[in-house]
Design a binder for this molecule. Sequence first.
Ligand code: HEM
Length: 538
Amino acid sequence: MNTFFPTSLSTAIFAATFPAAALLIWRLWMFTIRPWIWPSEPKTVPYWIPFFGHFYSFFSDCHQLIDDSVRYFADTKEPFAFQLCGVTIYCLSNPEHVTGILDGAPWTHGMDFTHFISEIMQKFGVSLHDVRRAEYSPQPGDEYYIEGNRVNPKNLSLIHFVEDLYKRQFLEPNNLGKLSKVFVNSIQRTLQFEQLEFDFCTKEYNSGLYSAEQPESRREVSLYSLVAGTMVEATLHALFGPYLHRVEPDIVNQVIQFNAHAWILFYGLPDLFGLAPVCGPRDRIKAAFRAFIRLPEEQRSEQCYAFENLLKWMEVLNMEEESRIGLLFLFFFASIANEQNACYWFVAHMIYDKSLLEVATHEIAPAWESGELDVDFLISKCPTLDAIFNETLRQRTNTFGWRVVKEKTTICGKLLQPGVPVMVPMRLLHTNKEAWGSTVDVFDPSRFIRKKTLARQPSYRPFASGPTYCPGRILAKRETYAFIATLLHRYSIELLHDRGRLDGKQQFPLMEVYRPPTGVKGPLPGMDLHVGLQVKKE
Ligand code: HEM
């Protein structure tokens, strides 16, 4: 028989076209026919590589993926779906739905946060066995149901006990007051002129410049290193006392490094046999925690109220040591995941805009009248600081909330299936033009002064709300305001001249937005503000 192509060539063409044809048929089925047959399923954003799905685009620029997807579906405001290595994830696209889920609105049918916490616990090192126990609420008659229980009086499951502890530690005035005092003292110690000789803020940060030749009362510093170093140091002192520094002198730097790479752990990427950049700092921090929890209780007398009780209860539950370390780590991580970077942007905006700096300097002056810093004055009588803080959080909290669908839930005609994770992009709220107007992209604190109700409107949820309303919100404000008040009281601050730019003014740093967030992000690597600090005369 005469054949047009030799057999080997036709086999090769078949081998090449078959996969391409199969791929086209699969795409046609997945993204055209299937949505047509089952219109109530959230539509999946089309992708080309089965199983891997949106893996690459999610981990290389997650916000762009969301923006592109919203545009692709013509901004219908319906929830849609991504595919990440075989896992389906729903994503919200309507600001009203984001607010509803954060507020715990009835139509969300209690989207589950606990399930998400259980997964994160494992990623931080809690064994599956202990996670299961942590989810269980002890019943009368159970081994761990203790009448007159002084550590866990409500006999809550460990997960709910921790949530309750957060509230008792960060919201009850007595516990909050003690913690805040240690925190503010630490900030004041670190920001003494002599301390600024420490490497932490005067060495290179992300290839930034640093001039070592300083006159007597002047320092040139990397603003990021100054803020992050001071805030992490203060958090460590307030929560653990002085103990971690004794076993790990580089603990502050390790925490900053961990925070920068925590997304690898958080999103469950492979640790590449310990070579992923999150592994080194994670292991050193865990080693310090291990030494901490092995100390006899009387030698941990300066630890915070929450850790004292958490460690006691985990002891009663007879949890494995690595699980105890993991849970302590997770508690600690919640306290630093947003704070240092939020404070950085707050300070950076102020230093960059001389007029803001002047007003703020003037506004905080009465807080020093007695000679001691009056933090209560700062947080209750400084409307300009409030406006800058609110606007900073509006622009910088572009993190994701995570929930898991508990029971069948319909949103905008789309039926969400139980057990599927839901991504809640908070950026949708804070960049919503309908709520913020045409100047949504401009940093303009005065909008919060012109319209006082803005901070209470549904499109503003920097600390979430409802069941997961951030218990650290008051502390965060106290810490951030205490930092700026101490800095401005002690130093005259100027932006260093940038010889590489025509106008000599440094470029305002861009935010690192490419990797998926675990909290407020810092500046893009290689970007920062470099500032001169001149000690003020008494
Ligand atoms: C400006 C800084 C901060 C911001 C923007 C912030 C934001 C948030 C947000 C949005 C959530 C809720 C997440 C969700 O619903 O999915 C949250 C939860 C939480 N935050 Fe903050 N936070 C900040 C500072 C702090 C501080 C200083 C602490 C502790 C010292 C803290 C402790 C926590 C804890 C423990 C939770 C979990 C609450 C729970 O499990 O229900 N936060 N935070």
